[in-house]
Design a protein around this ligand. Structure first.
Ligand SMILES: Cc1cc2nc3c(=O)[nH]c(=O)nc-3n(C[C@H](O)[C@H](O)[C@H](O)COP(=O)(O)O)c2cc1C
Length: 379
């Protein structure tokens, strides 16, 4: 991120998880209800484990605001951990295949994976969600909506028919899987229940769409400034994400150009597109269409029935350690994905507009959009 910076600190069973977010303009009223709603959503979804029953996350914003409004200084976000027992939590010497345990033991030269997993745990994502909701408060000022939702769970695939943000969000919020297709709820439930009984776990797919994103965010000029690069990196940084697609994504590789690329048609003012296979990004820049990302999450690596492993203390073959764990966390991951996309888009917006205050951002964005519209005036 170039204009916004975001860093987190904190362990799964440490005192708290914190983040510092710099680059937010002054004068933004943070939507605290939306922040609380996003944190509650991250804790929900069918298939979660015991931890989520212990924590009721609430963020404290301890720097960068006055009376709920940003000052233009770094924001300090802190989410206390109720389950705070890092000093007494037991050693983990039987690394879980698929988790960070074994690779981390070798990296940090320790036989106790506790020293690794405390940071590798997805508990850290709580503060991404809080920071993402602050970023979404900024985007909301410009009627940009970011919505994450599940499209497949353990191979049960949903059909998404709407492209209306309000409807997608309404359907998503009514689903225990955060999936806007109620037809698949029962099949997903069955899949999770059977998998739980078998002591196994599931992955899936979610989408994050961003609506009403202005054209011209990101760049074609540098590899690391391209919006695709930034979205893919941000989404892949979420634990357990193993693939990111933009628009049609991998499916496009098997089709002809005429089937993939979105015709440009004369519009009323700006040109319009007859479809959106590009997922709103061409040449590393937004093209004014809905930004569509799709993310693949692998199955949770802590299995109640334990996968083959070794005990690093004794050298014996055994089954892996079992920490309290989710059967699946794809619904929660979609909330984290939504946060990461909001952070990347807020960053790209501020990069385009500059501005120390919200008013300045607004003025500069209006100037940019007027210049875009002038291109197509009287043509
Ligand atoms: C929201 C969320 C919840 C997760 N919950 C668990 C869990 O309960 N148990 C587990 O083993 N892994 C869980 N994970 C995945 C691990 O954190 C992840 O697989 C691990 O850190 C290794 O990183 P990698 O999968 O990116 O290689 C979760 C991930 C997310 C995004």
């Amino acid at each position: 991120m170039s204009r916004l910076t975001f860093a987190s600190a904190g362990e799964s069973h440490g005192e708290s998880v914190c983040a510092i977010l710099t680059g937010m303009p002054a004068g933004l009223d943070i939507d605290f209800d939306a922040v609380a709603d996003a944190l509650a959503r991250r804790q929900g979804g069918y298939g979660r484990g015991g931890r989520m029953k212990i924590e009721r996350d609430a963020v404290r914003i301890e720097g960068g605001i006055r009376r709920g409004r940003t000052l233009g200084s770094p924001l300090l976000l802190r989410v206390p951990n109720k389950d705070h027992r890092i000093d007494t939590a037991p050693a983990v010497t039987k690394p879980r295949p698929g988790h960070a345990d074994l690779a981390g033991m070798m990296k940090f030269h320790t036989r106790n994976a506790r020293e690794v997993l405390e940071r590798s745990s997805a508990r850290e994502t709580v503060v991404r969600v809080a920071a993402g909701a602050v970023a979404a408060s900024l985007l909301g000022q410009f009627d940009i909506t970011v919505a994450g939702f599940v499209v497949a769970l353990g191979g049960v695939r949903a059909t998404i028919t709407s492209d209306d943000p309000a409807e997608l969000i309404r359907l998503r919020d009514g689903s225990p899987f955060f999936c806007p297709d109620e037809e698949v709820t029962e099949a997903m439930k069955r899949m999770v229940d059977e998998t739980r009984k078998a002591g196994d776990t599931l992955g899936g797919l979610y989408e994050v769409r961003a609506f009403n994103v202005p054209p011209g965010l990101g760049t074609n000029a540098t590899w690391d400034g391209k919006l695709d690069t930034r979205l893919a990196g941000a989404l892949m940084s979420i634990p357990a994400m193993k693939g990111v697609e933009i628009g049609l994504g991998i499916e496009a590789s098997g089709l002809r150009g005429s089937e993939v690329h979105d015709p440009i048609l004369k519009g009323d003012g700006r040109p319009r597109r007859s479809r959106n296979h590009a997922g709103g990004i061409e040449g590393g820049m937004t093209n004014g269409e809905t930004v569509i990302t799709r993310v693949a999450m692998k199955p949770i690596s802590t299995l109640m029935r334990g996968l083959p492993s070794i005990d690093v203390e004794t050298g014996e073959e055994t089954t892996a350690a079992v920490e309290r764990s989710d059967i699946t966390a794809v619904p929660a991951a979609s909330v984290v994905g939504e946060a990461m996309v909001a952070l990347v888009l807020a960053d790209a917006l501020l990069e385009k507009t500059g501005g120390d205050s919200l008013d300045e951002v607004r003025r500069n964005l209006e100037g940019h959009l007027e210049a875009v519209n002038r291109l197509f005036e009287n043509r």
